[in-house]
Design a protein around this ligand. Structure first.
Ligand SMILES: Nc1ncnc2c1ncn2[C@@H]1O[C@H](COP(=O)(O)OP(=O)(O)OP(=O)(O)O)[C@@H](O)[C@H]1O
Ligand SMILES: [Mg+2]
Length: 301
């Protein structure tokens, strides 16, 4: 692998993040779920109570499908997090301010309880191309939930803080949209966002099986159903591939890295590769890459 390879510690990092997002203590913590959480730097949560709060890095990703709060320790390793399915944002636009603020407050409270100290500062993220007004609206939600929020970063750039792609396209296939960022020598040279994502997969499943959208969404996320649903959702995967192909056409992209929850559907990498003719990789646990990268951009004051 050359200079274009992914972060060499990526798999361990994402596996740890996946564990802490689901409430599991890190192996090094050696504690049960009800034991005091380990604090960054090795002390227990109790030992930091009363002292200055540890310099953790927090990311809040308000998504169309999932709102995620991710916490990294001082060394930017996964420490804690929580996520919830909620319809408070649509395609990067906050559509339910009250609900979004309440949700971020709830995630913050739960994670703080687990860690034993207050979270004071967070970075947030937005789809490429939304207006500065929408970016401010997202920051407003995070501030109203009790965070200082100075850093706002676009989604694929956030994702690349984790992936560390130097040359290639990072494609975030979320619930509502597909975001694309092209990197050249580690710098973003192009971004775009288009309205096709996991919700469209669920709509197709609902239509084909004659069921409600919520039921289709649940069926789709159950790995046991992926094989039989694949022929139904393949055309939507092809649409994602067509969108990506159109945006990368002028940029001599050699590799595509798929992240976002919709990349959890097996086979999407093969379809995107077939449509674009470009090597396509899913870097394991794609659901949390963008929120974790958002946390990496948080520089607590
Ligand atoms: N195991 C799974 N199999 C298939 N799809 C999944 C799975 N897990 C999550 N998804 C889908 O991933 C999507 C959510 O992904 P993600 O959290 O990246 O989106 P989001 O950030 O909420 O949306 P957006 O970025 O478009 O605003 C949903 O459509 C969800 O159904
Ligand atoms: Mg997203």
């Amino acid at each position: 692998m050359g200079a274009d390879c992914l972060n060499p510690a990526l798999h361990t990092f994402l596996a740890q993040a996946n564990a802490v997002m689901h409430g599991e203590p890190l192996p090094a913590m050696g504690a049960g779920p009800d034991a005091p959480a380990s604090a960054p730097g090795g002390g227990t949560a109790e030992s930091v109570r009363g002292g200055p709060p540890p310099r953790v890095h927090v990311g809040v990703d308000l998504g169309t499908a999932y709102t995620v709060l991710a916490v990294l320790d001082e060394r930017r390793q996964p420490l804690a997090g929580e996520y919830r399915f909620a319809e408070v944002v649509r395609d990067g636009l906050v559509v339910d301010f009250h609900g979004a603020i309440g949700l971020v407050q709830e995630l913050k409270r739960n994670v703080e309880r687990r860690l034993g100290f207050a979270l004071t500062s967070a970075a947030t993220t937005y789809p490429p191309g939304v207006s500065p007004h929408e970016v401010r609206a997202t920051q407003h939600v995070v501030r109203a939930a009790g965070f200082e929020c100075e850093q706002a970063v676009d989604e694929p750039t956030a994702a690349n803080a984790v992936l560390q792609v130097r040359n290639g396209a990072v494609v975030d296939v979320g619930g509502g949209t597909t975001g694309i960022a092209i990197f050249r020598d580690g710098e973003v040279i192009y971004t775009a966002d288009e309205p096709t994502g996991g919700t469209h997969f669920s709509l197709v499943i609902a239509g084909a099986l004659g069921i409600e959208l919520a039921e289709a969404e649940a069926i789709k996320k159950n790995g046991a159903n992926h094989r039989r649903l694949f022929p139904l959702v393949r055309p939507v995967m092809e649409k994602v591939g067509t969108i990506v192909a159109r945006h990368v056409a002028a940029h001599a992209v050699e590799s595509i890295y798929l992240v976002g929850g919709t990349a959890c559907f097996p086979g999407i990498d093969g379809v995107v590769e077939q449509v674009t003719g470009i090597r396509t990789v899913i870097p394991g646990f794609p659901l949390f890459v963008t929120p974790l990268g958002t946390a990496m951009h948080n520089l607590p004051g």
